[in-house]
Design a protein around this ligand. Structure first.
Ligand SMILES: [Zn+2]
Length: 321
């Protein structure tokens, strides 16, 4: 009979998304007591050392569940997009490091299999694009929104109120939310950027379009400073990863941070977070926007690294406009 920390982990996974954060630990404790009973019954020799090892394994496993107890039930691109897979997605632990890291997402939950087997995955290295012959008409129609911020444990996410959209060659995609990755997920000619912002849109047929905007170190971004200062003043530097929406008194328009140059790459890809669903239209603007080193550092302090590595292009076509 072998007990592994993963036992705790999986049991914790099956708890509903917003249940008591301590449930996983209780399950671990129960399982640990069972393990102890089993050993006593079998009258193993070297009881003490066995017990010590199992205690160590369980305490690691339970502690591990406890550490990520409130931070890992959010979503990335898919937040706010209602689907069963996304509900399932919120129940499972995944992250950016170690056994929960991007290389293991397909093993964390069977519904994340596309993360490993998909042939149209994101992000990618944006290099050697083909120039699109048909001129794509890209228009942003973003309105100011009362800002509500959420730390879902994977990223800082801002949900957008209704009324903002983009037009891509006459097709309408409504802006649902934006969030950040550190460092950038997309590379340009093999080069990473300090951060990347994702503007997640959805059309009436539930197709997702994400606009990626790269962030480089430069002058302070005043619009983001309002948000950063508010977080610092009201939550003591760190926005707690409770996955709760925190209302602010800030009126924010994402239009104010967009670069003037709208030249971009486009390709067919996926969500960059589990369940890595494909069929996502990607547009990555070629011109980065600037933030100060202090602003970038502040984000790292809150979130830590949260970028999925680049994925193979396979047979896809990368276009530029
Ligand atoms: Zn993203």
């Amino acid at each position: 009979m072998w007990f592994h920390p993963a036992t705790c982990h999986h049991q914790h996974d099956s708890t509903p998304p917003y249940s008591s954060p301590y449930k996983g630990e209780e399950t671990c404790r129960t399982a640990f007591q069972k393990a102890l009973k089993h050993l006593k019954k079998e009258g193993k020799k070297h009881m003490k050392s066995f017990t010590a090892i199992i205690l160590l394994l369980f305490s690691f496993g339970c502690m591990h569940s406890g550490e990520s107890k409130m931070g890992d039930h959010g979503t990335g691109e898919g937040k706010g997009l209602s689907s069963e897979s996304h509900q399932e997605h919120e129940r499972t632990h995944w992250g950016y490091r170690g056994v929960e890291g991007p290389g293991h997402w397909a093993m964390v939950n069977p519904s994340y299999m596309t993360c490993e087997t998909g042939r149209q995955q994101s992000p990618i290295n944006l290099t050697m694009p083909r120039h699109g012959h048909d001129q794509e008409d890209l228009q942003f129609h973003y309105q100011p929104t009362p800002l509500t911020i959420r730390n879902n444990g994977h990223t800082i996410q801002v949900n957008y109120q209704k009324g903002s959209f983009l037009l891509l060659s006459g097709r309408t995609y409504k802006l649902r939310q934006f969030h950040f990755h550190d460092p950038s997920e997309h590379h340009i000619d093999g080069k990473t950027y300090p951060m990347e912002m994702h503007l997640v849109h959805q059309n009436d047929n539930d197709h997702i379009l994400v606009v990626g905007i790269l962030l480089k170190i430069g002058k302070e971004n005043v619009e983001f400073s309002h948000v950063g200062n508010w977080i610092q003043q009201h939550t003591g530097h760190r926005l707690p990863s409770t996955n709760q929406e925190v209302p602010t008194d800030i009126l924010f328009n994402i239009m104010d941070v967009l670069p003037n140059d709208r030249h971009h790459f486009s390709y067919h890809g996926s969500l960059t977070t589990p369940p890595c669903s494909e069929g996502v239209q990607w547009i990555v603007l070629k011109t980065p926007i600037e933030i100060s080193q202090v602003q970038a550092d502040r984000f790292v302090t809150t979130m830590g690294p949260n970028a999925r590595p680049v994925q193979p292009l396979h047979q896809r076509e990368l276009l530029e406009q």
